[in-house]
Design a protein around this ligand. Sequence first.
Ligand SMILES: Cc1cc2nc3c(=O)[nH]c(=O)nc-3n(C[C@H](O)[C@H](O)[C@H](O)COP(=O)(O)O)c2cc1C
Length: 462
Amino acid sequence: MTQHNRAKSDAFTPDGFTPSGQIQFGIFFQGVNSGTIWKAEESGSQTDFESFRRIAQTAERGLFAAFFLGEGLRLREHLGRPHALDVVGRPDAQTMLAALASVTKNIGLVATQNTTYNDPADLAHRLASLDLISGGRAAWNIVTTDNAWTGANFRRGAYLDHADRYKHAEAFVETAKRIWDSWETPDGPARRVLHEGQHYTVDVTPRLPRSAQYRPVLFQAGDSPEGRDFAARQADVIFSAHPKFEAAVEFRKDLVARSVAAGRGANAVQIMPASEFILASTAKEAAAKKEWVRSLQIGPQQAVAYLEQFWGRELSEYDPDGPLPEIDPVVEETSETRGSGFHGAKARQLTDQWRAEAKDKGLSIRQFVTSKTARIDSTFTGSYSAVADQLADYARVGAVDGFNISPWLIPTGLDDIVNHLVPELQARGVYPTEYAGTTLRENLGLETPVRTADQTAETVRA
Ligand SMILES: Cc1cc2nc3c(=O)[nH]c(=O)nc-3n(C[C@H](O)[C@H](O)[C@H](O)COP(=O)(O)O)c2cc1C
């Protein structure tokens, strides 16, 4: 550990929290987005099962704990068209994970599913099915979705305010837990689950027994104070957005305080931040690789489309390799609901500022957009051994429990991590050398839930 990190970590390690001294990896397969290169010679297809199979099996060879799929139920739009940088090419997560269950043995299968547009009895059944099919490897990454436009898919308009989404999510998750909790033994009896609340009325006799890991592991992704408190009460793991060392330690401290306040232990919730790795044998080669990766992540049309969100007008006549458009934006404010990544800023002020910044740094449209969308905070760049040293610091301090890695190339993007980084981490004693068990819960070192004595539900014969 470097002196720098040691001084910081001693100051930040929260009371009652015990670092595991280990880190785990997850893989986050994103589909088409600004982080994955789909147009290089080496790129695979974003929808062929072969891409998913190959990368999941590579991850499993590297003893990864989990394979993640996100969820986007509706593409963002701007100027009446789907936004060119949005995540497309995403097959349904549960369908894909069920297929992957049959070609993998140990890796956890994590489906991102929102609580705003699903229903608890139905989703609990589908996740229980995945958990059974996979022999106890399923997980649910609970999200509420951060936008209003998805509602248009469901005849619900904007539906639910942000604050209400977490109340709704909590009732949803508690109902799902009761459904999974309802079987005492695999051959019955199951308890009938009755729930009457502001958000749901559920009367269901669960159709499936408990899985090998009792019930799906619960991940949560959502970073607001309400989201963090919700995770502290309900989740096993947080898929966080804070991978940089100091931010990660701060996030750990914050989460420990919240889980202790929620009556759970300081170690109750694990943390796996989103991350990207650009690695090579030497620092110099890794830096050159990073240049190459960045030059391909944002294509010319995507760069122009990105600016169109903030200008609110067509900019297709502008050269992606030329300066930022001199023309003014047509909107007053950038809009959250129709495809802007920037929420409610004054458009004129922002575009003036960007033009000045690009001019100052001598950046073309494409270079400027690349600099804005690059995962500056979540990228680890360097030699295998230097990055392994860095991650070992995280492990010793307990800043995180693992990293959820978005590969910039599919399906070969994990090869160098598995072939070179994993052995370096194992040599440092901070990464598993085998799977601890056959279920995700065992592999993450999570405790098995205790069946609740539910006073409100009737017991019926299954
Ligand atoms: C690392 C991370 C990954 C996420 N992935 C998804 C996703 O795949 N689908 C989705 O609808 N929302 C996703 N979200 C957003 C969640 O919908 C979350 O509910 C949203 O950010 C609003 O909650 P918040 O205000 O607490 O952050 C993600 C959030 C984070 C931090």
